[in-house]
Design a protein around this ligand. Structure first.
Ligand SMILES: [Zn+2]
Length: 448
């Protein structure tokens, strides 16, 4: 099936980030066949279904390089990251059931596509349910199970679960669903587990993701256990590779950054989570300057508290400016790149997604421009503000159309591929029993 999209502005995020005024995208079988000025593309579009997006800007779908499905939104507040894990998060993992995990993924992916995210890197549990959610909703998905391979963390998914997930799901849905190897944290995995994780990623030719250098106290704890800093521990263990994606990387010194660059490892920068959990300000501009692939992630519903990647771009921009006391730090193009082509590079998928270029998958969104937040709008010239508006003014709810592989997932701001009310109803049903079991577990742990 051929489709022609025309819009007032097309932002391709191809090298040089050209903005095409009165632009068009021609799609055939889920792939971009042509992109450029409407006058050039339209003559090639004979027989294509035409979607005229007046008062819209078309751009690549956003890539959320690190998130977690979940049901704890707004109920895990006011603690710094390590206390927060002990108090709220790990007890939840002890009692989580597969049906609840699946309900959380349907909710997460629905929210994601409604706010313009087309690719979700989700670290979660019992991820067969997550894969079913992505099949239904139609988003692109990188599944990263939360694996614990250590006696103290045996209530997480296991490496056996991870291997089964790789066998069942990696490359399904015409390649739209990928599975990776996930390690919650080095501390949640013993030496044998670390070796097997590296071996699994190697054997399946797939990525490996873990959280690292998120909290300051982690640096000392890693020093005590491994005799070196967190990133350097990963290198010694053979876990730093071009297909390694590291969430957070807040507490890095100059040598850590050189180690990451030397190994070609990628980073997910999660500024809103880092601010909310008082983790610190990651050195995003230094990572970019070192040539490291940096994507942008919202982190979970419990540490953000939404999956709005437009908000995340703004957060990245503001945090860089504030932490460096430099109003030029991390400009709007840097933020847009991290959320699109930079994120694609960070997850090793930039050959197919992240920019609107001929031959790439048709993962794109249309943002309304007839809104107060987008007014005034200049796509070129002396007052050009289109990139600034996208990063600092627009919100996810301004997204009207979301497409993955040329399939419309959201039209006029309405989810087309699944019943949003049913998804919300299921999440509402699932949350209270989960909370009750967690409370019962914690009561059983209480002294006396
Ligand atoms: Zn995380």
């Amino acid at each position: 099936m051929r489709q022609l999209l025309t819009a007032d502005h097309v932002l391709t995020m191809a090298p040089g980030c050209p903005v095409i005024k009165d632009g068009a995208v021609l799609i055939e079988d889920g792939r971009i066949e042509a992109v450029g000025p409407r006058a050039d593309v339209e003559p090639r579009a004979a027989g294509a279904a035409h979607r005229a997006l007046r008062d819209h800007l078309v751009m690549p779908g956003l890539i959320n390089a690190h998130c977690h499905s979940g049901l704890l939104r707004g109920t895990a507040e006011g603690l710094q990251v390590w206390d927060w894990l002990d108090t709220y998060i790990n007890p939840m993992h002890r009692v989580l059931q597969p049906s609840e995990a699946e309900a959380a993924s349907w909710l997460c992916y629905a929210e994601s596509v409604l706010s313009g995210t087309t690719t979700v890197v989700d670290m979660w549990r019992f991820m067969d349910g997550s894969a079913r959610a992505a099949e239904g909703i139609g988003n692109r998905l990188v599944m990263v199970p939360y694996v614990g391979a250590h006696p103290d963390y045996n209530y997480f998914d296991t490496l056996d679960d991870n291997e089964a997930l790789l066998e069942r799901w990696h490359g399904r849905q015409a390649g739209r669903i990928r599975a990776w190897v996930g390690l919650e944290h080095l501390f949640y995995t013993d030496a044998a587990g670390q070796r097997r994780a590296a071996e699994l990623a190697q054997r399946f030719g797939t990525g490996l993701c873990t959280h690292i250098a998120e909290a300051e106290q982690e640096v000392q704890a890693m020093q005590d256990r491994h005799g070196c800093r967190p990133v350097q521990a990963l290198e010694r263990l053979g876990l730093l590779e071009p297909r390694t994606l590291l969430a957070h990387c807040v507490w890095l010194d100059d040598e850590d950054i050189r180690v990451l660059a030397r190994n070609g490892a990628a980073v997910s920068h999660n500024p809103v989570s880092n601010m909310k959990l008082a983790s610190g300000a990651a050195r995003a501009t230094d990572l970019l300057a070192a040539g490291i692939a940096v994507g942008l992630g919202t982190d979970g519903e419990k540490e953000n508290n939404n999956f709005d990647m437009f908000e995340e771009m703004k957060g990245a921009s503001l945090l860089a400016k504030l932490s460096r006391l430099d109003a030029t730090a991390l400009d709007a193009w840097d933020a847009l790149r991290m959320a699109t082509i930079g994120g694609a590079r960070a997850i090793g998928w930039d050959d197919q997604i992240g920019s609107l270029e001929v031959g790439k998958r048709a993962d794109l969104i249309a943002v309304r421009t007839d809104t107060p937040r987008m007014t005034p709008l200049f796509g070129a010239g002396l007052w050009m503000n289109l990139h600034h508006n996208l990063v600092h003014a627009v919100r996810g709810s301004d997204v009207a159309l979301t497409m993955v592989d040329g399939q419309v997932l959201v039209e006029d701001g309405v989810l087309q591929t699944a019943d949003l009310r049913a998804i919300i109803a299921e999440a509402r049903r699932a949350a209270p029993p989960l909370f009750a079991r967690r409370a019962a577990y914690l009561a059983g742990q209480a002294p006396g």
